[in-house]
Design a protein around this ligand. Structure first.
Ligand code: F6P
Length: 370
């Protein structure tokens, strides 16, 4: 797996939550690699195909050919499967006493790559999966990361694939909710994913002409949100649309967590219902909640996401051919560049409270509840 060893065989995997565009990246990587005379293998469900091959009677890793990637560019999901439970740095393991604990199994994983004579890995993932990829690169595996996530929360790339599709879908949903909100004179509270970043809420909220947008980066005061709804009413607008990021929290309050489990990040959710109940009490108006949740991860990637994914996959193979490792492909228009995984995963890219989109929203009279 040395840096200068000629590449013959590479692997590709998809980790964390799925995002539209994964299959397009897989196709571009496979075809670009095959065109260089390399063999390509898919690892099932993150690293599980290598860590628990016994769970896959059909093979934990399997060859990817032109036929395997034909006609998949426009498909959501991932033909490799994915997981956000199999972090090899803290793999849920049962001790002799029967209790579960988290164990670092990254060295075993690198050994498994060697056993399969895999010269390099193209790892598609968000901050969690790319931090794992960084550790594997540190242990001598040649790795190229590809930034995936609907949350758009990765530093060092202008965009991650999947985000544009999620925002387009959320915007479409907001458009549809306007008519029913107006017909019933209701306030619709729409909860969207995004983890600790408010990008999906912000971009869809502005594009879908929301009246208030609540994001993790700007803790809100529910009285201010209610005030914004009352102001609209005083101006003759008897309905409202409030977009709430799942990671939003009130000033001095906490993020809504559904559960915490071994070996995975905490699950967020529930803030939409909390905001609905409080708004209903404060405004005396009928409020309803819609949680877009996993719908944001489905469907066909937009043209932007498809093109980005295909560019990323091709660039990942070029990076390997140029002898690079431990880097992530990144969009820096008009170019795709390579940035160290270390830098890309150090901190999340959250919404700067003074960025142009926030200023635009404020100019348009959208409330952030601050
Ligand atoms: O990171 C993508 C994402 O969809 C987040 O927006 C969300 O918090 C999380 O994954 C949900 O993960 P799961 O599908 O495991 O509940």
């Amino acid at each position: 797996m040395g840096k200068n060893k000629k590449i013959k065989r590479i692997a590709i995997n998809t980790g964390g939550g799925d995002a539209p565009g994964l299959n397009a990246v897989i196709r571009a990587t496979v075809i670009s690699a095959l065109n260089r005379g390399w063999e390509v293998y898919g690892i099932r469900e993150g690293y599980n195909g290598l860590m628990k091959p016994e769970d896959y009677p059909e093979g934990g890793i399997f060859p990817l050919t032109r036929a395997s990637v034909r006609g998949i560019t426009h498909l959501g999901g991932t033909i490799l499967g994915t997981t956000n439970k199999g972090d090899p740095r803290k793999y849920p393991t049962r001790g002799r006493d029967g209790k579960w604990f988290e164990k670092d199994r990254t060295s075993e994983l690198v050994a498994a790559f060697r056993r399969h004579r895999l010269d390099a890995l193209v790892a598609l993932g968000g901050d969690g999966s790319l931090s794992i990829a960084n550790v594997l690169a540190g242990k001598g595996l040649r790795v190229i990361g590809v930034p995936k996530t609907i949350d758009n929360d990765l530093k060092k790339t202008v965009a991650t694939f999947g985000f544009d599709t999620a925002v387009s879908f959320a915007t479409d949903c907001l458009d549809r909710l306007h008519s029913t909100a107006e017909a019933h004179r209701r306030i619709m509270v729409v909860e969207v994913m995004g983890r600790y970043a408010g990008w999906i809420a912000l971009n869809s909220g502005i594009s879908g002409t929301a009246d208030a947008i609540l994001i993790p980066e700007i803790p809100y005061d529910i009285n201010k949100v209610a005030g914004a709804m009352k102001y609209l009413e005083s101006k003759g607008k008897y309905f409202g649309i409030v977009v709430v990021a799942e990671g939003a929290r009130p000033k001095g309050g906490k993020v809504c967590v559904i559960s915490r489990e071994l070996g995975r990040q905490e699950k967020l959710g529930g803030i939409g219902e909390q905001v609905r109940l409080e708004l209903q009490a404060l405004t005396g108006r009928e409020c309803r909640t819609v949680v877009l949740g996993h719908l944001l991860r489905g469907g066909s990637p937009t043209t932007f996401d498809r093109l980005l994914s295909l560019r990323f996959g091709a660039a990942a193979v070029r990076a390997l051919a140029e002898g690079r490792s431990g880097v992530m492909v990144a969009l820096d228009p008009p170019k795709v560049r390579y940035v160290p995984l270390e830098q890309a995963t150090k901190r999340l890219k959250t919404v700067p409270p003074d960025c142009d989109s926030i200023l635009t929203a404020r100019s348009l009279g959208i409330s952030f509840g601050d």
